[in-house]
Design a protein. Structure first.
Lengths: 227, 304
């Protein structure tokens, strides 16, 4: 039984983007633009029902080269709670997928947050490692769908936390699997993540849903429009 | 092809406006979990309540020792009518020791009724008087819950006790969970009587600890709440003897990150810790055994 259900739910809402969807798996073409939105978050038990926390954001990306795309994202749910949170980074494709060979990309980014109440700022580096393969071959202008998996890592730079306690955890990993339905001008992604799979989810104000007593499962949807 | 410049020009102000309008959401109100009711049912309350297996006969309180009353409390310009129960003989408050019980954030006094009854049996039946109130917005108390409201409403209850003859040398403050905030605050910074002793059960340290426990990151508490409740700091100013009780298996307010910090920060020297094996957040007396719990509290209260 949770006495402070509301607290837990809202903490999750603003668990910020250690739990948001993967921004881009594969670069877009050089000179191309993409604008997108994402919705979804970690699963929690709210009034005994499993619900994904509605984290949301809007993203804009630009193909800098055929193998490099730069992007930026504004996190809307954080803003709702008075925390300006922007993310900027790039996705670099190291190996393009071929017929039976998966592709590989990395996506380093930086998260900057500052609250409008006390002006306290935070900076979190993130590094995504993605592998992906095409599903089908596409037809005409329609590109093939994409099946992807990978690992996302958030890095905590602070050495200490509340009440001067030592911050022992400096890497917060998450594993993800997703599927992107590709259309000529749009793509739609559904993705699931296991966030912080090596961290206990017990004795917290939050009821995380997870396959074990570690971390939380997340469910995400996103849509991108290509220009 | 670039996105339409016109579209971007139109979209950007709309987004900024939405963000500006919505950014007032805060965690603050979610700290409270009140339930409004039309009447207090006490023993007849049919729904789930704390310590629901408390033996009815062993801990009964006769009607003539149940004294309901109301008083007016002011906080941040809001006037509220606070509902309260004094369990004991009102006429002997001038000589009795009284426990001011500050309940948790759940519902209302009916939910905590069994706890109040249990406290009346510490050190023998009706050895100590017990005052319990519903903070503003809880139960039948009017107004909206707020941090300052917690302090003002509990201070109002203490004023009522003082008016009926209580002196501070016979006042014991007891705070459970959310109630640890007013209990600690009013012991550290009295607004009238200074409590002689302080008991905290499953206290929380502060919002920042809660946030960092839940996220795994060292995020500032100000990202989520404007509440300034900080038992971990307030307790440093408490010089009254201190009894801390916490379930080792507390699945809500972690004993290590919350309770241990509060206990460690009390300057002492008169303090005692009770880490209860097998107890979670809301079943410490049950896990200890009601008799053991009562004896432990009686020993603390009686100790010079």
């Amino acid at each position: 039984m949770r006495h402070w259900l509301g607290v837990g739910a809202y903490l999750l809402v603003v668990l910020l983007t250690s739990c948001s969807s993967t921004t881009l798996i594969q670069p877009i073409k050089r000179g191309q633009w993409a604008v997108g939105a994402n919705l979804g978050g970690p699963m929690i038990s709210f009034k005994d029902a499993p619900v994904p926390v509605p984290l949301s954001g809007i993203m804009v990306a630009r193909g800098y080269a055929d193998s490099i795309t730069v992007f930026s994202r504004l996190h809307i749910t954080s803003a709702v709670f008075g925390v300006a949170h922007v993310e900027a980074g790039l996705v670099k494709e190291w190996k393009a997928p071929a017929k039976w060979r998966p592709g590989f990309s990395t996506a380093p980014s930086l998260h900057f947050m500052i609250d409008t109440w006390e002006g306290r700022a935070s900076l979190y580096p993130q590094l995504d490692l993605n592998t992906y393969c095409f599903v089908g071959s596409g037809r005409g202008a329609k590109p093939p769908d994409l099946l992807h998996a990978g690992m996302c890592n958030w890095f905590e730079l602070r050495g200490s936390g509340a009440e001067g306690r030592t911050q022992r955890r400096h890497v917060l990993p998450a594993f993800h699997v997703g599927y992107t339905l590709a259309r000529p001008k749009w793509n739609y992604t559904i993705e699931t993540k296991w966030i912080a799979p090596f961290t206990s989810n017990e004795k917290l104000v939050v009821d995380y849903i997870s396959p074990s007593r570690q971390g939380a499962l997340g469910l995400y949807l996103s849509a991108n429009r290509l220009f | 092809m670039r996105p339409s410049a016109t579209a971007i020009r139109h979209l950007l102000p709309v987004l900024l406006a939405v963000v500006a309008l919505l950014q007032a959401c805060r965690l603050d109100d979610e700290l409270f979990n009140p339930e409004r009711i039309d009447a207090y049912l006490l023993d007849a309350y049919p729904d789930e309540r704390e310590l629901d297996d408390l033996p009815t006969q062993d801990y009964a309180v006769p009607p003539h020792l149940i004294h309901p009353f109301t008083y007016t409390s002011y906080a941040e310009g809001e006037q509220a009518t606070i509902y309260a129960f004094y369990l004991g003989n009102v006429d002997s408050i001038g000589v009795d020791t009284v426990i001011m019980y500050c309940h948790g954030n759940r519902g209302h006094m009916d939910y905590y009724w069994n706890r109040a009854k249990l406290l009346t049996h510490i050190g023998g039946a009706f050895r100590y008087g017990v005052l319990m109130i519903d903070y503003r917005g809880f139960g039948m108390s009017t107004g909206s819950p707020s941090e300052e409201g917690l302090y003002a409403d509990v201070a109002g209850g203490l004023s009522w006790l003082h008016e009926h003859g209580l002196t501070e040398d016979r006042l014991v403050m007891y705070g459970y969970s959310l109630g640890s905030a007013p209990a600690t605050k009013l012991t550290a910074e009295p607004r009238g009587m200074r409590p002689k002793k302080l008991i905290l059960e499953a206290p929380f340290a502060n919002a920042e600890v809660m946030v960092q426990d839940a996220t795994g990151l060292a995020l500032p508490g100000s990202y989520f709440t404007s509440l300034e409740i900080n038992n971990a700091e307030e307790i440093r100013s408490v010089h009254a003897p201190f009894c801390w009780i916490h379930g080792i298996d507390d699945d809500f307010l972690n004993i290590d990150t919350h309770g241990e910090v509060v206990y460690a920060n009390h300057p002492g020297p008169m303090k005692e810790a009770h880490r209860i094996a097998g107890a979670q957040h809301n079943d410490v007396p049950k896990a200890m055994g009601y008799g053991t719990y009562a004896t432990m509290l009686a020993d603390f209260i009686r100790r010079p």
